[in-house]
Ligand binder design. Structure first.
Ligand code: SF4
Length: 352
């Protein structure tokens, strides 16, 4: 009996959401470049960009990206180096690669218009599929990310870790999607989480859900224990000769797969060990500079880096053969090639 009453009360809380949120959204939504229209390609690009990047950081990149690649056909045909250059600063380059693979599939087969169809595109999971299906195609497809879970768990008073709530919320939201305003409803939930029901110090007095909210506080959801990051000692060798610096490509299948990089070993090497490796490679006598320490944090790994500049003037061929690198003018590396931020910081170690 008690359970029935709670089930009914929760149903009423879900049904109240569109009525409370949509008028608030109409008045308060931020002016964001991806809200100019609901073209599916533009929506897909924005959702992939926003997967691991904050709105403010994505904004400028989005405008630049769309200016350079205004259509799905342009993205499908873009050379990978140019694509990565456009993505530079956003990190998680696998998203750019997925976006291009998705664009090629869309060019071949057309744009999927349902969440189920969208989920078959590379890089498109449950949340992104719901967002694109509802915003671009007006489908009643919920998009429940961490933000939305936070809003709803506070609104409903659900004291459980976020991961346990996501599916249940998606199932409960689907039937209350308002016909004709599905995209706005998805965006109103996201907008509330981003601007009012923020992770700490929610602005409850400005919240359209205040009258029905069961907590009116930031106490929920319960924090999930984050998996520990793996620490890895990394040695980078910054080979240079005059104005040229040496790069290789990251190996397939690992972090930053296929991206430009300085020669990297996932172990700590002393300057002496580097000199010995150079001698074995037929590049003995190359000058190894002082190591510089730097930490780079990925989502699941932390690199403790020591980077050694190595002046290998006159020994370029031996270095290229032994370490699998190629030399490029420093100016070109800075201006044209996309070097991930795990490596880009080291450019300052080359003297102009
Ligand atoms: S009233 Fe406060 S806690 Fe409740 S949904 Fe609104 S901002 Fe979040």
């Amino acid at each position: 009996m008690e359970q029935d009453r709670e089930g009914e009360a929760r149903g009423a809380l879900f049904r109240a959401l569109p009525t409370l949120l949509l008028p608030w959204y109409d008045q308060n939504k931020r002016d964001l470049p991806w809200r100019e229209n609901t073209d599916p390609y533009r929506v897909l690009v924005s959702e992939l960009m926003l997967q691991q990047t904050r709105v403010e950081a994505a904004r400028e990149h989005y405008v630049r990206f769309l200016r350079a690649l205004p259509t799905v056909e342009a993205l499908a045909a873009c050379p990978e180096d140019a694509l990565f250059k456009l993505w530079e600063g956003l990190g998680y380059y696998s998203r750019a690669r997925n976006l291009q693979r998705a664009a090629r599939l869309i060019c071949e087969n057309g744009f999927p218009q349902t969440a189920e169809g969208l989920k078959r595109l590379p890089g498109v999971g449950e949340y992104t599929a719901g967002a694109v299906a509802s915003i671009a195609f007006g489908a009643p497809a919920p998009a429940v990310d961490g933000n939305v879970v936070r809003v709803l768990s506070r609104y409903l008073g659900d004291a459980l870790p976020a991961a346990q709530l996501r599916k249940a919320y998606a199932a409960a939201l689907a039937p209350v999607y308002p016909a004709g305003r599905c995209g706005d409803f998805t965006q109103s939930l996201m907008e509330l989480g981003a601007t009012v029901c923020t992770p700490s110090s929610p602005l409850c007095l400005a919240c359209p859900l205040l009258s029905l909210c069961r907590t009116k506080s930031d106490a929920l959801p319960l924090p999930a224990r984050k998996p520990e990051r793996r620490h890895t000692e990394v040695t980078m060798l910054l080979f240079f000769a005059g104005e040229n610096v040496a790069l290789c490509r990251r190996p397939a299948g690992g972090v930053l797969a296929g991206m430009y990089a300085f020669y990297t070993e996932e172990r700590a090497l002393s300057a002496q060990a580097v000199e010995e490796a150079l001698a074995r490679a037929g590049a003995g006598g190359a000058k190894v500079g002082q190591g510089t320490a730097h930490r780079h944090v990925f989502s699941h790994i932390e690199w403790e880096i020591t980077a050694y500049p190595v002046d290998c003037t006159g020994r370029e061929a031996a270095v290229c053969a032994a370490f699998g690198v190629a030399f490029y003018p420093l100016g070109k590396v800075k201006a044209e090639l996309s070097l991930p931020s795990a490596y880009r910081w080291a450019l300052r170690l080359f003297k102009e």
